[in-house]
Design a binder for this molecule. Structure first.
Ligand SMILES: CCCCCCCCCC(=O)SCCNC(=O)CCNC(=O)[C@H](O)C(C)(C)COP(=O)(O)OP(=O)(O)OC[C@H]1O[C@@H](n2cnc3c(N)ncnc32)[C@H](O)[C@@H]1OP(=O)(O)O
Length: 203
């Protein structure tokens, strides 16, 4: 798999891989475990109080190191699952070029909607993430103008999922892409999106 370090027109330092600094990946993995664990737990009062105390200490430990967006690590570590951003399911990329992408992920309890199915809002999040990165691979930066999603079957949590994305065509500033999400042979969701390349000065 080849994955560009400098995507689209974003400033090069915005996207980074491990530079040998602090183990940010380990911290985000721990945070993902906390998200899943707390979501899944029905703990007794003493444990809830103890965990709340610990989490307040965790928050207090990192808050002095807040930086502005330009200096952030989360969301910019393209070598980490989900770019090191705990909102995004931990996507791992198997294939990547300027025309298509194939990724894997499994969504934990944090992403549960109900009855074993992933929350419906997570699927557009996954598609926007995968298609956004694909749309901007080797091209000037674009943003999502629309993203249409069809929910074809429930997306199970704690199960291996496959996400594919394809660039269908490009017309000037407009990039049309499609996405699909499978569990085994089951098509769980598909979608199509328009990304529009930004004009100078557009945020
Ligand atoms: C490693 C890092 C990877 C990062 C991955 C994450 C990527 C995530 C990507 C995102 O989620 S971005 C956040 C969500 N999207 C936004 O916030 C975008 C908000 N909208 C905008 O900023 C503007 O609407 C946009 C830049 C998309 C377009 O505005 P413009 O004023 O530049 O475009 P304009 O209105 O001139 O339209 C350009 C063309 O697109 C067409 N168009 C625009 N919006 C459309 C729409 N919604 N539906 C259909 N066509 C649309 C429009 O008709 C026109 O077609 P023609 O050139 O053929 O005339």
């Amino acid at each position: 798999m080849s994955e560009p370090g400098n995507i689209g027109g974003f400033r090069p330092r915005r996207y980074r891989t491990d530079g040998g600094g602090p183990d940010f990946g380990r911290m985000i993995e721990a945070l993902r475990r906390i998200q899943d664990g707390i979501t899944a737990a029905d703990a007794p009062e003493g444990v809830v109080t103890e965990v709340a105390d610990m989490l307040e200490k965790v928050a207090a430990a990192v808050e002095p190191y807040e930086v502005d967006e330009e200096g952030m690590i989360a969301g910019r570590r393209v070598d980490l699952p989900g770019r090191g951003q705990a909102l995004i399911p931990p996507l791992e990329y198997d294939e990547w070029d300027e025309d298509h992408v194939v990724a894997r992920c499994s969504m934990g309890r944090f992403y549960l909607g109900a009855n074993g199915a992933a929350h419906g809002g997570v699927i557009p999040l996954v598609f926007d993430e995968v298609l956004g990165r694909l749309a901007n691979t080797g091209r000037p930066v674009s943003r999502t103008a629309y993203l249409h999603v069809n929910f074809r079957a429930i997306t199970p949590i704690d199960a291996p999922l496959r996400v594919t994305g394809t660039v269908v065509r490009i017309e000037g500033r407009k990039r049309f892409l499609t996405a699909a999400l499978h569990h085994g042979d089951t098509l769980c969701a598909d979608g199509d999106a328009l990304f529009v390349a930004l004009n100078p000065g557009q945020p």
